[in-house]
Write a protein of this length. Structure first.
Length: 1009
């Protein structure tokens, strides 16, 4: 493809900026607004659909719902200007020698991470729903599962949950499902406070009730006697117990006692671990806790893959047992698993398994609402562990431990600083008791370019004169940094020769706490791994290479500039717990995002905390509940959701507690696909007084604007309810429709769709939630404000519902989104959505002559960003004749798209006989025309050679995968002796892209005969 844009930016980039890629090598990178179509392309497409001007695409939507005179956002910046602005903001962070660690540990990042991050078919592809075209992603996740399993001992590792907090909560709900008892949960106070806050927020309005196990002020550990004092009656009510291996003071809990205590009392144990510390020479794995090990294992693994990134994207790890003694738990767990499989010709391969527990199938009965997860972080973590290998990991662990020891020795005879809780052990963290407030010392250290750990005083006691400083050590620390720290202490505290080191006790860690045998992590060289992951990338396709038509997923171009910006040290290395003065860069990004999204949505409040669309939905519903509670309106226990909604909407509602009689009420669609007003009005009559709110996707999942949305919102408000808009399809209306005027109270924007965050093979996603005035004060997390001197600070809203992430959400993605916004500006945002709609309308107009479209009576409804094709009865019949039943026809037709070098459209959602196509604004007319030719060729194959549908796909590395067998005979991990062997493409997508469509069709027929 050539960049044919009429207004191109200056191709030369500013040498000062030091981009780590060459923009002109990426043809879409320099196109204005990242829209590849030329003005001529746009004119021709408009002409074809019989419309004069781009803005006329929205003529069917009342003008009073549209922005009048733009959003009042800044103008777009040219490429260089955007890059330098981002670099300047990043420079506002002060990066110092840091001993913060704590809830976001900071370890060295292996160079393999940078290498794999640039492999676009891995970083930009979608969730591997089409295994034949996604073996690259599937193998990277398989590696993650295998290595994490080796490290932790757990047989089933999912890939992945949002972060540690979410993983603990999901483990709690899973343990509760498998062991309901009285629904009481023991929660260790020694978990991180930020995690506890998320857990409490998520549990609001659910059946869960927490009992907090307190700290023991003598030991700095949990009060084990408190546990022992629980009566049998109390114990019988308890479903689960979540506790850390290393507590928030950096001390090692007696995990043997805690696991055995849980098991002997019929309580499911959830061990929170740090995977980094489990390397050889480190702490013992959770399968070795007590007599039989913990039941569930959770933790944070962001630091296996990337630096702090101001707290995210995180990587929540979650494991359960899956062996001869326990096969039950797995089906109650949340999240995604990859299993070993065979294709129909017996080739070894991989596929996602256990999806019958997930939201897209089970809706409100799903095990969790997670859809986009943290997949790419799992890819990176798996590769990093292989690159570090057994020895590398052991060295890192030893280094952290020895640095701690060195500092402890050096502080031994200082007056005013002592080891806190000397009878308890630490591993790589050091808890010091000071004779003066910690913040005073931190300020002094900061002036000397040191980030001096964290103030842990309030974690265990609220007493005055109780000053605890926690320092974290890792393999980022070298002799120089530790010497700097030691010198600082020696400057600040005087020597006291009367104190003998030995008297202060440095208790050795007993063997019961440590790993007994080597971890056995396989090791591979950097060169081996780069070659291997390149091969994996070749097995996927990327939106870089052409239309990626997955409906509802908005697979648009992901600018390189965004990734570069997110990797700037001022963002990537910033720690979310650093002093406010050191993190002005990240705070500025968050402030700007808040500002831009209030204008983009037309709503006055914004939270940047949620990490995925599904989590945004949950934020919305919890806000609704809090709003009603605050008005003492306590019987609003019903939520309306259209039947055709995405599975996450139902799963989210269930997670928010809408589970009672009629908790979730399904709204019916009329034959034209929009909400059936008669049905809606009847339901309002019946449930209006109990209505908490309504959740509506707009444009809906059929690609049609809900023309009654505004009236529905009015009626819902009159009934006392609130309106949530699922904004997964904002790419159709951003910058055009004012959601405030539409009557929306809360909406999520999936950053990984409309706002160009790469999909990463399934995540990390991200979501920004905007809200109406009514909900502003209830927003979760912190809001960022600007002082008159231009500096930034953050505060919690007055009636905040709590927190959904241990820190600021997937911060790295906020940088990416901001980078995109700078390039779009006021004019580019509506141009983006308008061209996306134009592209879809153009394809729809071309293809509707060949295929019936759905919904059945929506023929004349103007399509927005996507549309649904189906087959004629004759086509279905043709396929039946060759043995493809109607129920399997659509997924099978989807496989033919892979043969033409494309990804498949979304199959069988929201209509079971539908192929949902969303082209986005990223492609030229020539590219769209090629896609049209391929779809017409598919139609011809169905008619002329239906056997080709049966045997598809033909050119992918493997034939159709036998998913049923993979689910029946689950294999979720193995000990990796070598890198999994691969089948290579029979014809590479890049070669397919260069062939005429007619030639590909001929080759398919040749394969079939
Ligand atoms: C309409 C709709 N709603 C919600 C979601 C869930 O978003 P996420 O995957 O970011 O959790 C999706 C994801 O595909 C979607 O298409």
């Amino acid at each position: 493809m050539e960049a044919t844009n009429s207004k191109m930016d200056d191709i030369k980039t500013d040498p000062q900026i030091n981009l780590n890629y060459e923009p002109s090598e990426f043809p879409r990178e320099l196109a204005r607004h990242y829209i590849s179509a030329s003005e001529d392309d746009i004119a021709e497409m408009l002409n074809f659909i019989g419309i004069n001007r781009l803005e006329d695409l929205f003529n069917h939507i009342p003008k009073f719902l549209q922005f009048d005179g733009g959003m009042n956002l800044p103008n777009e910046l040219e490429y260089n200007a955007a890059a330098s602005k981002l670099a300047k903001i990043a420079d506002r962070s002060n990066l110092k020698v840091s001993f913060i660690g704590d809830s976001v540990p900071h370890w060295s990042t292996h160079p393999i991470v940078d290498y794999i991050s640039k492999l676009r078919p891995l970083s930009t592809s979608y969730t591997p729903y089409q295994p034949e075209r996604s073996q690259g992603t599937l193998v990277t996740h398989w590696i993650y599962q295998c290595v994490l399993s080796t490290l932790t001992g757990f047989e089933a590792i999912n890939t992945s949950l949002y972060d540690r907090s979410a993983a603990i909560y999901e483990a709690i709900t899973c343990a509760y499902r498998t062991n309901p008892r009285g629904g009481k949960i023991l929660l260790a106070k020694s978990l991180f406070e930020s995690d506890l806050k998320v857990i409490q927020t998520l549990s609001e309005e659910t059946e869960l009730e927490f009992l907090f196990v307190p700290y023991d002020s003598q030991t700095g550990l949990l009060q084990y006697d408190w546990l022992k004092s629980l009566s049998e009656e109390e114990l019988n009510e308890i479903s689960a117990f979540a506790f850390p291996q290393v507590n928030s003071l950096g001390l090692l809990e007696d995990v043997d006692f805690l696991s055995d205590f849980a098991r002997s009392n019929g309580i499911r144990s959830i061990a929170c671990i740090d995977p980094m510390l489990l390397g050889t020479g480190g702490l013992k794995p959770p399968t070795d806790f007590g007599m039989e090990g913990a039941d569930f294992m959770v933790g944070e693994a962001q630091h296996l893959a990337i630096p702090p990134n101001f707290g995210g994207p995180g990587l929540g790890i979650f494991g359960c047992r899956h062996n001869e003694n326990n096969k039950k738990d797995l089906r109650s767990t949340p999240g995604r698993y990859i299993g070993k499989a065979k294709d129909i010709n017996g080739r070894d391969c991989f596929v996602m398994v256990l999806s019958t527990r997930e939201q897209h199938i089970r809706k409100e009965k799903a095990t969790s609402n997670v859809c986009s997860n943290q997949a790419f972080l799992a890819t990176l973590a798996g590769a990093s562990l292989l690159a570090k290998g057994e020895n590398g990991l052991a060295e890192s662990v030893q280094k952290a431990k020895s640095m701690r020891g060195k500092v402890l020795d050096a502080l031994d005879n200082l007056k005013g600083v002592t080891l806190a809780y000397p009878e308890s052990c630490g591993f790589n963290e050091l808890l010091l008791k000071l004779d003066s407030p910690v913040n005073e010392l931190q300020e002094k250290a900061s002036a000397q370019n040191l980030q001096l750990g964290i103030d842990a005083s309030n974690r265990i006691s609220s007493k005055k004169n109780h000053h605890l400083l926690k320092l974290s050590f890792s393999d980022i620390h070298d002799e120089d940094s530790v010497e700097k720290l030691i010198s600082f202490f020696h400057e600040q505290f005087t020597k006291n020769n009367s104190i003998k080191g030995e008297q202060r006790s440095k208790k050795e860690i007993g063997p019961d706490y440590l790993r007994e045998k080597a971890a056995g992590i396989p090791s591979f060289s950097y060169d081996e791994l780069t070659l291997y992951y390149e091969k994996l990338a070749d097995l996927n396709v990327s939106p870089d290479d052409g239309c990626y038509p997955l409906g509802s997923c908005t697979m648009k171009y992901n600018p390189m500039l965004n990734d570069w910006a997110a990797s700037l040290p001022g963002f990537a290395q910033a720690h979310p717990q650093a002093l406010e003065g050191d993190i002005q860069g990240p705070l500025e990004i968050l402030f700007e995002i808040q500002e831009w999204f209030t204008k983009i949505t037309g709503l006055p409040g914004v939270t940047t905390q949620p990490v995925a669309g599904a989590q945004g939905e949950l934020v919305g519903l919890k806000l609704f509940q809090a709003y009603h509670r605050s008005r003492n309106d306590l019987n609003r226990d019903v939520i309306f959701i259209p039947q055709s909604a995405h599975g996450t909407n139902f799963a989210t509602a269930a997670m928010a507690g809408f589970t009672g009689t009629d908790g979730i009420v399904y709204l019916q669609a009329s034959p034209n696909g929009t909400i059936d007003m008669e049905d809606f009005n009847q339901k309002i009559l019946k449930y209006g007084h109990r209505l908490c709110g309504v959740m509506i996707t707009n444009p809906n999942t059929s690609g049609i604007f809900e023309d009654q949305f505004h009236s529905i919102a009015k009626i819902v408000h009159q009934a006392g309810g609130l309106v949530y808009m699922d904004g997964a399809n904002m790419n159709a209306i951003a910058g055009v429709i004012d959601l405030g005027k539409l009557g929306v109270d809360a909406v999520h924007n999936n950053l990984h769709k409309t706002w160009t965050i790469p999909h990463g093979g399934g995540g990390p996603g991200d979501a920004i939630v905007a809200v109406s005035e009514k909900l502003k004060d209830f927003l979760p997390g912190h809001q960022v404000y600007k002082n008159s001197d231009g500096s930034f600070y953050s505060r919690c809203p007055s009636k905040s519902i709590g927190s959904f992430h241990r820190n600021w959400g997937n911060f790295g993605h906020k940088v990416r989104a901001y980078s995109y916004l700078l390039r779009l500006g006021n004019e580019g945002i509506p141009r983006m959505s308008t061209v996306a709609v134009l592209s879809a309308r153009y394809l729809h107009a071309k293809l509707k002559n060949y295929f019936p479209t759905l919904p059945s009576e929506a023929e004349s409804a103007p399509r927005m960003h996507e549309f649904i094709l189906t087959l004629s009865e004759k086509d279905f019949f043709n396929l039946q004749k060759v043995g493809i039943p109607k129920s399997k026809a659509i997924p099978q037709v989807g496989k033919l798209f892979l043969d033409f070098g494309f990804h498949a459209p979304t199959v069988a959602f929201p209509e079971i006989f539908g192929l949902m196509i969303e082209p986005t604004e990223s492609y030229t007319k020539a590219e769209l025309d090629r896609f049209v030719d391929a779809v017409i060729a598919i139609k011809q194959l169905i008619e002329e050679c239906p056997e080709a549908v049966k045997t598809a796909p033909h050119f992918t590395p493997i034939d159709r995968v036998d998913e049923v067998d993979a689910n029946r005979n689950l294999v979720l991990q193995e000990k990796l002796e070598h890198l999994p062997s691969l089948h290579l493409n029979r014809i590479k997508p890049s070669v397919l892209n260069d062939l005429e469509i007619s030639e590909i069709k001929k080759r398919i027929i040749d394969c079939t005969s």
